[in-house]
Structure formats: C-alpha cells, structure tokens
Write a protein that binds this ligand. Sequence first.
Ligand SMILES: NC(=O)c1ccc[n+]([C@@H]2O[C@H](COP(=O)([O-])OP(=O)(O)OC[C@H]3O[C@@H](n4cnc5c(N)ncnc54)[C@H](OP(=O)(O)O)[C@@H]3O)[C@@H](O)[C@H]2O)c1
Length: 427
Amino acid sequence: MAEWMAEQGAHHLILTSRTPLPPREQWERLGKSGSRQGFQVEVLRRLESRGVTIRVAAVDVTDEAAMRSLLGDLTNEGWPPIRGVFHAAGQADAQPLGAVRTQRLAEVMGPKVTGGWVLHQLLQRERLDFFVCCSSGAAILPSALMGVYAAASSFPVALAHYRRAAGLPALTVNWGFWEQTANLSPALREIGPGIIPAGMRPFTGGQGLAALQQLLEQGAVNTAVMPVDLREWQRQHPGANQSSLLANLRLTEGIADEATLATDEPDAASPRAALEAAAPEARRELAERYLRERISRVLRIAPEKLDAQQSLNSLGIDSLMAVELRNHVQAQLGVTIPLARLLQDPTIAQLAQVVLDQVGSVAPPPSALPSAFAMSAPTPAGPAPVSTADSTGNASTPEALADVQDLSDEEVDALLRQMLSEEEQQA
Ligand SMILES: NC(=O)c1ccc[n+]([C@@H]2O[C@H](COP(=O)([O-])OP(=O)(O)OC[C@H]3O[C@@H](n4cnc5c(N)ncnc54)[C@H](OP(=O)(O)O)[C@@H]3O)[C@@H](O)[C@H]2O)c1
C-alpha cells in the first residue's frame, strides 16, 4: 500500500507499527534474509530510491498520548499536513470463543477499535483526502473460530459510516485473503492455510490494489473485496444459506434459478449404508470417523486433530453449529440426535453412541434431501420459505430453524428451549 501511495504521487509517508525497525547498518543483511523485516526494508529502499521521504515510527496506535506526541513531532519538524490515512493495524486470531481469554480479546479488539477511534479523534479536523480502514471478510461471512476477529473487524465498518455521516472521508474494505501477506503475517502463518474458508480464493496484491483504487474513485463507504465461489461456499456452510445477504448474492450470481443443490457428499446415503454394512466391532470407529469428518468441516480443521473424547463446546462448536450438525446427521444417517443430548455438551464418542443406538432401528433417510437442507431459490421478498418436516416425518423442528442465522442469541435460546420441550412432550 505504501508503494501504491507513492505511485499515486505521495512524496511523504509516515509508516507506523509497534515494532521498531533495526538500525540502518543492519538493513543490508536484513534485506536478504527473506524475513518480514527484510521485506519491510526492501520496500523502504525502493520508496527512498524513488524520492519519497519516509518517517518510520514505532508507536502503538491504541496509545492516544503517543500518537498525539508523534503528530506534534511531525509538525515541529516541518512535515506537511497529513492528507490521508491507511489504518491497517490489526491482529488476526482464530480460536473457539470459549477459549478466548480477556487479554487476547483486548489484543485483537485494540488495534481495530481503539486504534481506529484514536486516528479518527486525532485527525478529524485535518483536511483528509481519504481515511481507509482494513476490515475483514470474517465480519460478514460466518467463519468458525473467528468470532473475536469478526467482532473487531466490524468496528471499522461502523466507523466508516459514522465518519461519512459527519461529512468526513471514509472507506472501510472487508478484505478477503491477500495472497502475499499470508506468508509475511506471523499471525496468519501461525493459524495456517486452514483459515481460508472453503470456496474463498486469495487475490494478488495487484488485484487488491486495483480494487482499492476503484473503490476510492467511486467514493465507496464500505465494500467487501473477496473472490468467492459462492456455490462451493454455500455447500460448505449450508446454515449460512439462509442469510438475507447471501440470498441477494445468489440472485446477482445468477444461480437463483437453481431450485435445489445437492449436499457436499455426492452420495448422501452412503455413510448410513456403510454403517449398516460394517461388522459390529467396526461400527463405533466408523461412526466416530463420520462425526469427526462432519465436525472438521464445520471448524475447517483436519479431522485427525479432533479427539473423540473432546466435548463439542471445547472444540468450539456453538449451539448454531450443533443444530447444523444435528441436521446433517439427520439428513445423511436418518438418525435424530435428541436436542437435550446435544445441549448436554457431549463428546464425539458419546454422539457416536447415540448414532449407533439408532442405526438399525430407524428407517434410512429418503434419497432426496429433506427440504430443510435444500437450497431453494430466494423469492424477491427475501430468503426462500423452507419446509421443516424432518426425515423421520417428525414435524417438530420449528420453521424458524431455517432462518436461525438471522436470530438473536435470545431468540436462538428460546427456539432451542421450545424444541426441547416439544421433544420431551413427544417422549
Ligand atoms: N492479509 C490479509 O489477507 C487480510 C485479510 C483481511 C483483512 N486484513 C486486515 O488488513 C490489515 C493488514 O493485514 P496484514 O496481513 O498486513 O496484517 P499483519 O501482517 O499482521 O500486519 C499487521 C500490522 O499491524 C501492526 N499492528 C498491530 N497492532 C498494532 C498496534 N496496536 N499499533 C500499531 N501497529 C499495530 C503490526 O505490527 P506490530 O506488531 O509491530 O505493531 C503489523 O505491522 C489488518 O488490519 C488485517 O486485519 C488482512
């Protein structure tokens, strides 16, 4: 971005982050190291060679006093007034919500929330040409394990609208995955390639910057830039299909005329058939493997990393994901996991037992998907109406389940309680 700004004609750049740059005498060695700082040094040298004056400052953007002091120093040193801001400070994070500690929450929220606000406060009287904040696709499309990052990434979106409402320049971009940064960002490298949700594709620096230029020229306030194969993404995240955002995207993608989509498994009945055909002593292993595989898809991690003795909560499965898992099991195995059991936070091994108790005693699922899983064409008025009778002919699942993504936490709780009491009555 710094190089892009120079290409656009910027002669003075102030580049900040908390980590100080090593002294200049070490630059030669660093430049060849292939490290993150080596990359930064290379960029600085290229910028200097094209005549750009650069000030590199080690400062925490959440520290208002330090930021104010930096701005004061720049004025005293005769720097020209600031004309534009790129707020790219951020801290990627991926872990189950239940595992997040207060300190980590503050670390992830800090640069995006406090940092964004500090920059807004300190520069709101400057005549800026642009104020660009980097948000993430995680703030829009649900992504398991990224709850805190999603929350942090939502703030710059609100900030852009807030500034625009006040007549100030603002653009917040919900970025997908920049191809080159995945290797340079220690946080992203640690999280690993599994962080890219199925169906999403990275884009090159050139593509990202071209999009940025277009958005600035258009005067956009908030736009997402992420190449997504919606068909694949929707297959992998069936619950999210019900969101009103995706209903609109499906229309624009021209796949709305498709009445239904198959599941991600070409032969949805095969897990059931495999279970029934297996020798009794092999069935438990098979049921556990099936559940590990299903859960690994929800969490986007390798099935081998899941321990059958871990409970759903400790794996990061929240109640929405659990209901989605239950629906899949029902659709593919014809097995109904009682909600009461699901809410008791079972382990994978315990869920496998529930499956084994029922396989053999319940009719297999119909070859067609139950309608709760069919991705129907949205009507112009909103997401498609979804019938909720399940494969056992049990009509207990309330209609609201199909729209569960749109519900508040309280509504989900109420819905789960209602379903639970219906199940108890039937029992
Ligand atoms: N790369 C992607 O594909 C991608 C996708 C979606 C969104 N984004 C967003 O785009 C932005 C840039 O991404 P990136 O991949 O370049 O991230 P990155 O490599 O992790 O760099 C983030 C930068 O922010 C700095 N930083 C973090 N906390 C700070 C603080 N409190 N004060 C000052 N500087 C701070 C870091 O340096 P120090 O640690 O030295 O302070 C680092 O230079 C981030 O906001 C990220 O959330 C990136």
